[in-house]
Design a protein around this ligand. Structure first.
Ligand SMILES: CC(C)(COP(=O)(O)OP(=O)(O)OC[C@H]1O[C@@H](n2cnc3c(N)ncnc32)[C@H](O)[C@@H]1OP(=O)(O)O)[C@@H](O)C(=O)NCCC(=O)NCCS
Length: 147
């Protein structure tokens, strides 16, 4: 049995194990920063099994009216393909159904991780910005100049 619920207290070792399982070094490099970002999130939800093991997590940044930004959604790599990502995302889609925008950023489809996450998000009914005649802009990640 998998239980999805909001949480507001976070254990660094447990978070590290989850993020490390999917190879997200950009997050595990500074686990104290990641923990602070969770504390400052609008909502953090987790998926745990009956023993309490952390299987997955998703968090949002939101004004709870106009926009919900899904900042991270991940499932421990040993538990992929068991419907846990679906449970987490459906929880968020329902929770923020009243918001005008439900958005997220993920790797480009040309990358291995992007190919997998695009397939997941499309399966879940999400649509890329350009398919809705929208664009997303941001500063270059890390502030680096073009190669
Ligand atoms: C993407 C991720 C969250 C999916 O979680 P998951 O628990 O493995 O996904 P689920 O088992 O809930 O799959 C939900 C649906 O998406 C489909 N799906 C999931 N991954 C897929 C893939 N790589 N290719 C095709 N379909 C996929 C499933 O077949 C399933 O369809 P169904 O419910 O109609 O049968 C998980 O693979 C993960 O944590 N990846 C690493 C982190 C990441 O990339 N996060 C997303 C970017 S922020």
């Amino acid at each position: 049995m998998v239980v999805v619920s909001p949480e507001s207290v976070f254990d660094e070792a447990e978070i590290f194990e989850l993020y490390d399982s999917v190879g997200w070094e950009a997050f595990t490099r500074d686990i104290a920063k990641l923990k602070r970002s969770m504390v400052n999130s609008h909502l953090v939800i987790t998926a745990r099994d009956e023993s309490g093991k952390l299987l997955g997590l998703a968090r949002t940044v939101s004004d709870d009216e106009m926009v919900c930004y899904v900042q991270e959604l991940l499932v421990n790599s040993a538990f992929h393909g068991q419907g846990i990502g679906r449970r987490l995302l459906e929880h968020l889609m329902e929770r923020y159904a009243h918001c005008r925008h439900f958005i997220l950023t993920t790797d480009h489809e040309s990358t291995a991780e992007g190919a997998a996450s695009h397939a997941f998000y499309r399966r879940m009914g999400l649509i890329e910005h350009h398919e809705q005649k929208l664009s997303a802009f941001g500063l270059r990640i890390g502030g680096s100049s073009p190669a």
